[in-house]
Design a protein around this ligand. Structure first.
Ligand code: ZN
Length: 405
């Protein structure tokens, strides 16, 4: 090629270069350049400005400090917690940018950012999720095995608004500040990444269940409640090698999905009148035996009262349905706990370690052919977040997600 000749494209490039130098803009891509284009001057968030209403707001793109990471949001699931906050503001956070089940691509990072919380390298273009922000207790690391769950730590998507505003995943950008936990999950697809947070809840619950010493490979396990949490519970149990799982719910569509997720039988409580008949149906589903272990995944007090009746003497129970206060439940301490010698654990949220375990769970679940992707039933762009929340409140699908194209 004759380099002395300039073609039109070259001339255009030179003119651009000259113009950029004149206007003080750098022609060379900045160190902060994204793999998927340049960073705009403003970002958008869905601000919950009052109960029942998100407003799309625009803010200047914030400065990225030496320890910070700017992430272009790709997607974020809508959680039951978001629905509670949307309807009633129980945490008193309004105005707030919600969204804690989010994931996206690193488009800019401070010079001190080198590795994620598990020690994996971080670079521009990597896909990440966040877990918690430890302000008061920096000693907690992912190597404190199940020592402490997320309670007491801050989480993006449940932070008060400040002058940066990009504090939740319901936006097109989020600023991850130094001191946060962040994981490089570039080896997971978008749907899997959106499901990490709810799946971590179940990894934690099963870890809690294992501490009873009752849950074994050949255990008969009853899972009550087949919303996203119950369905993921079945998938986690199935993926770890437990095959004898009976699902209980009142919705046939959900029970069919439970079977696809790995349950070997299902019981529709609408078809059985009274707890004795229901307990008998569960027993029949196990071939004439009560369950060795139960997972209670509904947020309904009657669900808690009922599950004891499905479990054998000397069996175990993990209660994880009451993420928020759902009211009091009636039990009979003699029949349900003492004479049965039942071992019970409660489970709430997850630990950092559970997060890392979840990444592998998602790969293994897909590996054995579980239709994990089908859990995300609805996808909406950020502008349609009010519509997305309405669909979520109707509980028509499983997981509703905001997905930015
Ligand atoms: Zn959540």
């Amino acid at each position: 090629m004759d380099t002395t000749k300039l073609n039109n494209t070259d001339i255009e490039a030179i003119v651009k270069q000259v113009l950029m130098n004149m206007t003080g803009q750098s022609a060379a891509p900045a160190a902060s350049a994204s793999k998927s284009g340049s960073i705009p001057k403003t970002a958008h968030v869905a601000m919950l400005t009052e109960k029942g209403k998100f407003e799309i707001q625009e803010y200047p793109m914030p400065e990225v400090g030496d320890d910070d990471i700017l992430v272009k949001v790709e997607g974020c699931g809508i959680c039951g917690t978001d629905a509670h906050e949307f309807k009633n503001d129980p945490f008193g956070l309004i105005p707030v940018v919600l969204g804690h089940e989010g994931t996206g691509e690193i488009v800019k990072m401070g010079k001190n950012v080198k590795k994620d919380s598990a020690g994996k390298d971080l670079k521009l273009g990597d896909k990440v999720v966040t877990c918690m922000i430890f302000k008061d207790n920096p000693d907690i690391t992912m190597y404190d095995l199940n020592k402490q769950n997320v309670g007491g730590a801050d989480v993006y998507g449940l932070l008060p608004d400040d002058d940066i505003h990009l504090n939740g995943w319901y936006g097109d950008y989020i600023l991850i500040r130094g001191g946060s936990t962040v994981f490089n999950v570039s080896d997971l697809d978008l749907t899997s990444r959106i499901l990490i947070e709810p799946c971590a809840v179940l990894i934690h619950a099963v870890e809690r269940a294992k501490t009873t010493g009752i849950l074994r490979f050949n255990s008969r396990v009853v899972v009550q409640g087949c919303g996203p949490i119950g369905l993921i519970c079945i998938a986690v149990l199935r993926t770890m090698g437990i095959e004898n799982i009976v699902a209980v719910d009142g919705n046939q569509k959900r029970l069919d999905m439970a079977k696809k997720m790995g349950a070997c039988a299902s019981v529709n409580f609408m078809e059985h009148k009274g707890i004795e008949a229901l307990a008998e149906a569960v027993k029949n589903a196990f071939g004439g035996y009560y369950a060795d272990f139960g997972f209670q995944c509904t947020g309904v007090p009657a669900g808690h009262s009922n599950i004891y009746k499905f479990i054998r003497n000397g069996g175990g129970l993990c209660e994880l349905g009451f993420f928020i206060n759902g009211g009091d439940a009636t039990i009979n301490p003699h029949f349900d706990i003492c004479s049965k010698e039942l071992t019970m654990v409660g489970s709430w949220v997850y630990t950092l370690r559970d997060y890392a375990t979840t990444f592998d769970f998602l790969k293994r679940a897909k590996g054995i052919g579980l239709p994990i992707d089908e859990l995300v039933t609805h996808r909406f762009p950020l502008e349609k977040i009010n519509e997305a929340m309405a669909v979520n409140l109707k509980q028509e699908g499983y997981k509703v997600a905001i997905v930015n194209e």
